[in-house]
Design a protein around this ligand. Structure first.
Ligand SMILES: Cc1cc2nc3c(=O)[nH]c(=O)nc-3n(C[C@H](O)[C@H](O)[C@H](O)COP(=O)(O)OP(=O)(O)OC[C@H]3O[C@@H](n4cnc5c(N)ncnc54)[C@H](O)[C@@H]3O)c2cc1C
Length: 329
């Protein structure tokens, strides 16, 4: 394969996004020995920290710094990438909000192929890369061939790729800013509005009891609250629970809710839709309780329990209380 591989790396507040290692793993699925070059855009002291921290995972980091890149603006990043990427590049981008904004237009400008929301890569064959993506809201796995003769932009689903070993590179940071020149955009950064944390900040808890539609009605959430209390945990939820107004939006985990990084995540009556799983980061111990043995969440759970949560949760609460010498109700 003659195409050179790149990964566009997102970051916030001086911290590289988890997707960086996922993009690395995706590139390894195409070429097990090669590594992509990281491309990162930004400005200021935090940005220098980001470039430095990427040295542990990538052999080469292309740093592009400019005052107008201080805030993520897909229009400007697109201009940057069009100017620095060599012909026939394969660029991996996370399929997050920014990647969805950036990539389709970028592939047009590069005259490259585009594949979105890719969850598996099955290698290269005859000038094409074989990809798996889902269609019909995740009900169908589609195997597609993406022609890479003119390069490709491949958006990788968050959480779909995991790197086997820890980072091992000792990379070099190459400043490519001079190659970029003047940048101009019709979009302008105005302000950052931080979402309200609500009464409980689910992003700060080590143990989350997360309830889904399987909880069936608002009053039943009390059984999850009781388990949470016995474990010193917090209760989070899936989107249908918020849509039904059983819990506040600030408790929702997922692509349109919060991103959480607990040590233990207990999913109760949650089917395991990718929009929900996208909000669970940091590889916690994932325990799933679901009465349907074929629920997709069992494919990703570390511990799977097939049972009715309305019976199982109160029983578990009693056992935890007993073990901790608390009063069993
Ligand atoms: C653009 C977009 C963004 C989205 N963002 C999010 C998001 O941020 N977060 C999110 O969660 N979803 C999100 N969704 C919705 C997502 O696609 C799923 O519809 C949702 O996650 C399903 O929630 P659920 O698992 O609670 O419900 P369901 O899929 O209905 O699953 C309920 C599960 O409960 C089980 N069950 C039922 N009764 C019991 C019982 N008594 N005991 C044990 N198990 C039981 C069932 O077997 C089933 O598996 C988004 C969708 C779109 C299109």
């Amino acid at each position: 394969m003659t195409n050179r591989m790149f990964a566009y790396i997102g970051h916030k507040g001086g911290i590289v996004e988890d997707s960086a290692t996922e993009l690395l793993a995706a590139a390894k699925a195409i070429d097990a020995v090669g590594s992509p070059t990281a491309i990162v855009t930004g400005w200021g002291p935090d940005f220098d920290v980001v470039c430095e921290s990427l040295r542990a995972s990538f052999p080469e980091i292309w740093k592009i710094t400019h005052p107008s890149l201080a805030y993520a603006n897909a229009e400007l990043v697109r201009q940057v990438l069009v100017r620095v990427l060599p012909p026939q590049s394969i660029l991996f981008v996370s399929h997050d909000h920014f990647g969805i904004d950036l990539s389709p237009g970028l592939s047009v400008k590069l005259n490259a192929a585009f594949a979105s929301d890719v969850l598996a890569i099955e290698g290269v064959e005859g000038g094409s890369v074989k990809l798996v993506r889902q269609e019909f809201g995740g009900q169908v796995n589609a195997r597609i061939r993406c022609d890479i003769s003119s390069g490709a932009v491949i958006n990788i689903r968050p959480g779909a790729f995991k790197i086997a070993a820890g980072p091992s590179a000792s990379g070099t940071v190459v400043d490519k800013s001079a190659a970029v020149g003047a940048l101009a955009a019709r979009r302008r950064y105005l302000e950052t509005i931080v979402a309200e944390t609500g009464d409980v900040d689910i992003t700060k808890h080590n143990v989350l009891i997360s309830v889904g539609r399987g909880i069936q009605e608002k009053d039943n959430i009390a059984i999850a609250e009781e388990l949470a209390e016995s474990l010193g945990a917090a209760v989070s939820c899936s989107r249908p629970v918020v849509d039904a107004k059983w819990m506040e939006k600030s408790r929702q985990v997922g692509s349109s809710g919060k991103t959480v990084r607990p040590k233990v995540y207990i999913a109760c009556g949650i089917s395991g839709a990718f929009q929900h799983l996208a909000g669970i980061k940091g590889s916690p111990l994932l325990i799933a309780i679901n009465k349907n043995p074929k629920a997709p969440i069992f494919q990703v759970a570390d511990v799977g329990i097939v049972d009715d949560i309305l019976e199982f949760l109160p029983e578990l609460t009693n056992r935890v209380r007993e073990a901790r010498g608390m009063v069993v109700k």
